[in-house]
Design a binder for this molecule. Structure first.
Ligand code: ATP
Ligand code: MG
Length: 649
């Protein structure tokens, strides 16, 4: 085998550029000189500006590789920073969340004062059950107001939590509760999904059978579905919470140490067994508040919508803690984008005059597949910034997003980060950066990202691709893997003596802009050429009939590895033998004959994680006819069986 990243052949060169609009630039939060700031001074200044401390910190950071500590000696409370202080500062009437239920006409406007009242009641209710500082709690919920309320109430009490996607299996929830030794679980009867009630409590019941440490389960009644309540263990939210006091003085915010564990988030499991990623309190909050403010150019009157699920890191950082710390008005939508029809998102944007939309490439490609006419029915002129996260965004999807959603004028910020990093690490700043479709452009100030070769030497701009690394600690970095510091070291810190190994491959172009090229494990070696799956997928998506593409390699006796492509066509296009040849040729002309897929499979769906990422690991198992690996985080397991059958034909 050739060494792992002996420069990946970066074959496609995207050359379009979009300089910032001068009018936007003039009013932007980040102005000239922003990138010239000293990292330590920057993180100290932002910590004081964005966060209210009960006790000021006395040292900025301590770096005992691989363990970092930030804002030493500082004491604070995340709930106080996200809720109470805003009410104290006269923002009680400001809208915190516009909540939109999936059923039409079910809406709530929740002000910061309402949010405080709800959070205090919930915290008092939780406390009455015995939850306090240090009690570990699991949360398994959908996109209802009680979700952020629960997280904030737990933060208020100083109880570390792990939020598991409502949609993960009983196995996934159970194993996570066991791993964290959770004593409590908060859930709901069922959630609304595409017009149906999708059960949560019954799955939680099964999960609790595996997790004997759970003493009590609190259930929100959302859909009214039938559930079984186990005497002594299970309680209704309305019984526990509704009668409680909402006086903030009745349940003060617990002063937490800067380094106290805030929450644990299991990564999405795209590459194997999920990792329990530990985030601390102060560094995390400073990181997400700061990046949210600058990357999305948040103003006092901004209406912001991150259309992710609260159950993955994007939801924690950019639906709950970042926006609330900045006293932002956000939208939360409960359901799926195609209910009752495929224009639902655009209707929401029009209704609330949304200024910032933050979503994932997979959603953008799904909307592309459905067609731009859905968006055209609505007035989207309020949009000022569009964001993307989760996977590399193909230039075609980037351009479609900017043109059809952003009327050809809004900047698109492609934000690269991970559960591990807690906050956005590489991203354009909408008033400063010249954009390139498909490039995450530059590291955020105070983030020392780089690309290393196999020997751990930094690859100079324009000199090819290698390992994405970060050379210095940053405030919101994860502190360890829960209960497995050894795996923490091995996975992220052993490869290079002086940097954090992110696990992605990337290149920096001659202008210094970063291009993420997929995971290291996804790099292929075809006849001695190192190819990135992302580039071949981008070439496929560039074809007018293609909506989504996933590329993996399988063993091949002649070429070493052969390329297998799974393709979803746009609505109206037919998957024929001719189309197959046409797509192979398209890749041939876009990249080169070497990149033409050996096999191409048409499929209506691709296996996705709940957070909307393509599970290439499973596709590779299918391509190589192997037993399937861990499928607990798969959104819809039937997709893989279907693909297996198609691949055999
Ligand atoms: P696991 O680590 O358990 O396999 P995961 O890596 O999918 O799961 P996340 O932390 O949610 O879990 O995802 C982070 C990864 O998503 C990054 O390492 C990168 O591969 C990809 N990613 C996120 N944003 C971008 C982006 N803007 N451009 C390219 N890739 C991105
Ligand atoms: Mg990962």
């Amino acid at each position: 085998m050739a060494q792992n990243t002996q420069n990946i052949d970066a074959l496609m060169a995207e050359e379009r550029t979009y300089p910032p609009d001068p009018e936007f630039a003039a009013q932007a939060n980040a102005q000239a000189g922003f990138y010239d700031q000293d990292p330590d001074e920057f993180w100290e200044k932002e910590a004081r500006e964005r966060i209210t401390w009960f006790t000021d910190f006395n040292a900025l950071k301590q770096w005992d590789r691989p363990h970092a500590r930030w804002y030493l000696g500082g004491r604070l409370n995340a709930c106080y920073n996200c809720v109470d202080r805003h009410v104290e500062n006269g923002l009680g009437d400001k809208v915190a969340y516009y909540w939109e239920g999936e059923p039409a006409d079910e809406r709530l406007t929740i002000t910061y004062a309402d949010l405080q009242s709800r959070v205090v009641k919930a915290a008092n209710g939780f406390r009455s059950l015995g939850i306090g500082k240090g009690t570990k709690v699991a949360v398994y919920m959908g996109m209802i107001p009680e979700s952020p309320v629960t997280l904030l109430a737990l933060a208020r009490l100083g109880a570390p939590f792990t939020f598991v996607f409502g949609g993960f299996s009983a196995q996934a929830l159970g194993s996570r509760m066991v791993e964290m030794e959770c004593e409590y679980l908060v859930t709901q009867d069922a959630s609304n999904r595409r017009g149906k009630a999708s059960p949560l409590k019954p799955i939680a019941d099964e999960a609790m059978d595996m997790a004997p440490t759970v003493k009590h389960c609190v259930t929100v009644r959302r859909t009214g579905s039938d559930v079984t309540m186990k005497q002594g263990r299970d309680l209704w939210w309305h019984d526990v919470v509704d009668t409680q006091s909402d006086d903030p003085a009745s349940c003060p915010c617990e002063p937490m140490d800067a380094e106290d564990m805030f929450f644990l988030m299991f990564s999405s499991g795209t590459t194997g067994r999920p990792k329990g990623i530990v985030h601390s309190t102060a560094g995390y909050l400073v990181g997400v508040a700061t990046t949210h403010y600058y990357v999305f150019d948040i103003k006092p009157d901004t209406v912001y919508w991150c259309a992710a699920d609260i159950g993955w890191i994007t939801g924690h950082s950019y639906i709950v803690f970042g926006p609330l710390a900045n006293a932002t008005t956000s939208v939360i939508y409960e359901g799926t984008p195609d209910f009752p029809d495929k224009a639902r998102w655009w209707e929401i944007i029009e209704r609330y005059r949304v200024n910032v939309l933050y979503t994932a490439p997979t959603s953008i490609r799904t909307h592309m597949k459905w067609g731009a006419h859905h968006a055209e029915q609505h007035d989207l002129s309020s949009l000022k910034v569009l964001g993307s996260v989760g996977e590399p965004i193909n230039p075609e999807a980037w351009l479609w997003y900017r043109d059809h959603i952003g009327a050809g004028r809004t900047p698109v910020v492609d934000t690269w980060w991970q559960t591990e990093t807690g906050m956005i690490m590489v991203s354009p700043l909408p008033g400063l950066t010249t954009l390139k479709p498909g490039s995450a452009t530059r590291p955020f100030p105070g983030v020392e990202a780089a690309v290393y070769d196999e020997q751990g030497k930094e690859i100079a701009p324009g000199e090819g691709a290698g390992y994405m690394v970060v050379k210095a600690p940053w405030p919101s970095m994860f502190r360890t893997l829960y209960g497995d510091d050894e795996r923490f070291r091995e996975t992220y810190w052993d490869k290079f003596p002086d940097a954090y190994l992110a696990g992605d491959s990337a290149r920096v172009d001659a202008d210094g802009d970063f291009w993420l090229m997929g995971r290291i494990d996804d790099v292929m070696n075809v006849s001695g050429h190192r190819l990135s799956t992302t580039e071949i997928e981008s070439a496929l998506v560039d074809h007018p009939d293609v909506a989504q593409a996933a590329v993996v390699s399988r063993y091949d006796a002649t070429t070493g590895q052969a390329i297998v492509a799974y393709v979803t066509l746009k609505e109206g296009a037919e998957g024929s033998t001719e189309k197959l040849a046409e797509l192979r040729d398209h890749v041939g002309t876009q990249i080169g004959p070497i990149a033409k897929p050996a096999n191409l499979v048409f499929s209506d769906e691709l296996p996705m994680t709940r957070s909307g990422k393509i599970m290439r690991r499973l596709l590779k198992d299918v391509a190589e006819n192997r037993e399937l690996g861990d499928t607990t985080t798969l959104a819809d397991p039937s997709v893989v069986d279907e693909l297996k059958q198609r691949s055999e034909n």
